[in-house]
Design a protein around this ligand. Structure first.
Ligand SMILES: NC(=O)c1ccc[n+]([C@@H]2O[C@H](COP(=O)([O-])OP(=O)(O)OC[C@H]3O[C@@H](n4cnc5c(N)ncnc54)[C@H](OP(=O)(O)O)[C@@H]3O)[C@@H](O)[C@H]2O)c1
Length: 302
């Protein structure tokens, strides 16, 4: 497996000599499919949970090129994998390839957590629940009006989850047609023009960046002036977690708004998959958080 070679393999897998991990014929296998996938912190998290819960399991990065997802899923299922997480750019194709979908995946139009059961692929989408659980853990009340920036796979999941929890959802996306399609799929919600949302911010309780703006620190958006109309009590969440403090969150913090970064969402969304594949529901606890936060800090992504 290409992603498991190279200098970063040992820390990403979270396994070192002498940590008591054994791979044998009974080891339960799962992994994360992406392209590229070497940035993913999911192997570190799942292997940490395997150790903590004494599970005979292993979770590996699986670099799969665009166009090869179907072949990869068949091969992994045939090789005895329990299932996989799916990340960029495969989430929407994974949705199409599933034999069965949970209601949540259907609502989100994307699948990020797959189970292989007797030759069938069952798809779930845990991003929305992970996002909401993380906000609740940070004391953010899920009520009132939520403005979501973005209309990609993650935005769809977040919007559906917030709507299911009773929020009034507003969507703004650079490509307006995708925002329109999302509102249509949700069966409710309002589209705001990409240049117009800052003028409506005063009406919102929650602002969510669900675009990839800010990822890798590449973002020259003038967030501070865009946030000018935000009211006291506004919470600002970013689902990007590399870096944790995105330019949006920095601007929001400077304006005195409550902020929530994307790292907790990553942990919360992973729990359900771990339970399906390895049989234990892990906690999104401080130790899980610390292990990832320290790794991001080592890579200058705090
Ligand atoms: N914390 C977590 O657990 C978690 C979970 C899932 C995803 N994520 C992160 O969330 C981000 C989005 O993921 P995704 O799966 O939804 O990706 P996606 O389906 O590719 O969607 C990308 C979104 O970003 C917008 N966008 C991209 N570049 C932009 C720019 N320069 N200006 C304005 N909008 C821009 C796109 O707008 P257009 O439609 O106009 O192209 C689209 O709405 C990624 O950074 C991903 O790593 C985090």
């Amino acid at each position: 497996m290409g992603g498991a070679s190279g200098p970063s393999a040992a820390p990403l897998l979270g396994k070192t000599e002498g940590d008591g991990v054994t791979i044998d014929g009974r080891t339960r296998l799962a992994g994360v499919i992406g392209w590229p996938v070497d940035h993913s912190r999911s192997p570190m998290l799942h292997n940490h949970w395997c150790r903590v819960h004494q599970v005979n399991g292993a979770y590996v990065p699986l670099p799969v090129k665009p166009g090869q997802l179907e072949m990869a899923l068949k091969g992994l299922a045939a090789a005895g994998f329990r299932g996989v997480n799916v990340t960029i750019p495969h989430k929407e194709e994974a949705f199409r390839l599933c034999d069965e979908l949970t209601e949540t995946a259907r609502r989100a139009g994307a699948a990020n957590t797959l189970r292989f059961v007797e030759g069938r692929v069952i798809g779930d989408c845990t991003d929305g629940t992970g996002f909401c659980d993380n906000l609740l853990a940070h004391g953010v009340r899920l009520e009132g009006r939520a403005l979501i920036l973005g209309a990609g796979g993650a935005a769809r999941a977040v919007a559906a989850a917030l709507q299911d929890r009773g929020c009034e959802v507003f969507i703004s996306n650079r490509t307006a047609s995708r925002a329109e399609a999302l509102v249509q799929a949700l069966g409710a919600g309002t589209v705001l023009d990409w240049t117009d949302w800052p003028s409506r911010l005063g009406e919102m309780n929650l602002l969510v960046n669900a675009t990839s703006l800010g990822m890798g620190g590449r973002d020259d958006t003038a967030w501070s002036s865009l946030l000018q109309k935000g009211q006291e009590g506004l919470s600002v969440a970013d689902i990007v977690y590399t870096p944790r403090q995105t330019p949006l969150l920095k601007a929001a913090q400077e304006r005195g708004f409550r902020t929530v970064d994307g790292l907790g969402m990553l942990i919360c969304q992973a729990r359900a998959g771990f339970q399906e594949w390895f049989g234990v529901l892990p906690e999104a606890d401080e130790a899980s958080f610390d292990i990832l936060a320290q790794d991001l800090a080592r890579h200058g992504l705090s």
